[in-house]
Design a protein around this ligand. Structure first.
Ligand SMILES: NC(=O)c1ccc[n+]([C@@H]2O[C@H](COP(=O)([O-])OP(=O)(O)OC[C@H]3O[C@@H](n4cnc5c(N)ncnc54)[C@H](O)[C@@H]3O)[C@@H](O)[C@H]2O)c1
Length: 247
């Protein structure tokens, strides 16, 4: 599905990012993935190679402009182009009402989830414009479409991801670049560890399908959006939530 393509994944050392990096490789792409942790990076690289693909791990922090620029340049110098980018790195923050939140927590969360995503798109699009083609998928959330109590910064950040996705999709619609979002509901990854035993009752009460999603279910959606099968889709959210936002 993605033979001869070069795919980039941020937050690729765990969870949805790692699973998608492996899925990109299995679909035939060469994979560049980034994250902040060396050991998890090496483990992920081994899994991608086991799937039969070439890959490169670049340690980088998405909130750093220098790191993001270097990540995209390293992709180009290694594989010559950038066809697909999955901007997925994100953090969830502390669950509490807005008036108890601090400026420091606000800045930290938005630096990763919003500024980081903007920086990734900026440098990826510069390259895609020189090629006249490219596909970007940004990780938003059901929290980019509806709200969850106690998570105001996260909800704001994922709504901002939708705004950046839609506006940028319009900016480049005539230049061969498609830009969409995936909007996962509750997916079984480490980011939900803070919910502890609360996740079981949340799933039972809130998720029509009665189970958490799997990272692979998001990964396959990202691969589809990056493929030619999605050639007329741009500026859209694609919700993967077991029916939560249908209620
Ligand atoms: N798991 C869910 O239920 C769920 C639901 C909706 C959206 N999401 C989103 O999916 C994305 C992936 O989350 P996940 O569930 O795989 O959890 P995860 O914690 O395994 O993955 C997040 C990844 O982002 C990386 N990261 C965080 N800050 C970074 C930074 N400044 N620079 C570079 N990398 C950074 C982490 O190291 C990690 O690899 C996030 O954007 C998250 O908000 C997750």
């Amino acid at each position: 599905m993605l033979e001869n393509k070069v795919a980039l994944v941020t937050g690729g050392t765990s969870g949805i990012g790692r699973t998608t990096a492996i899925a990109f490789g299995a679909a035939g792409a060469k994979v560049v993935f980034s994250g902040r942790r060396d050991q998890e990076g090496e483990e992920t690289a081994a899994l991608i190679r086991d799937a039969g693909a070439e890959c490169l791990f670049v340690k980088s922090d998405v909130s750093s402009e220098a790191d993001v620029n270097a990540l995209v340049q390293k992709t180009i110098s290694t594989y010559g182009k950038l066809d697909c980018a999955f901007n997925n790195a994100g953090i969830v923050g502390t669950n509490k009402p807005l008036h108890e939140q601090s400026v420091e927590e606000f800045d930290k969360l938005l630096a990763t989830n919003v500024r980081g995503l903007f920086l990734c798109m900026k440098y990826e699009i510069q390259q895609m414009l020189t090629q006249g083609s490219g596909v970007i998928v940004n990780t938003s959330s059901t929290s980019g479409l509806i709200a969850i109590a106690g998570m105001s910064f996260y909800v704001a950040s994922k709504h901002a991801v939708m705004g950046l996705t839609r506006a940028a999709a319009l900016d480049y619609a005539k230049q061969g670049i498609r830009i969409n979002a995936v909007n996962p509901g509750l997916i079984d990854t480490a980011i939900n560890d803070h919910m502890g035993s609360g996740s079981a009752s949340h799933v039972a009460n809130r998720v029509p399908m009665g189970r958490m999603g799997r990272a692979a279910e998001v990964a396959q959606t990202v691969v589809f959006l990056c493929s030619d099968a999605a050639s007329y889709i741009t500026g859209q959210p694609l919700v993967i939530d077991g029916g939560v936002t249908a209620t």
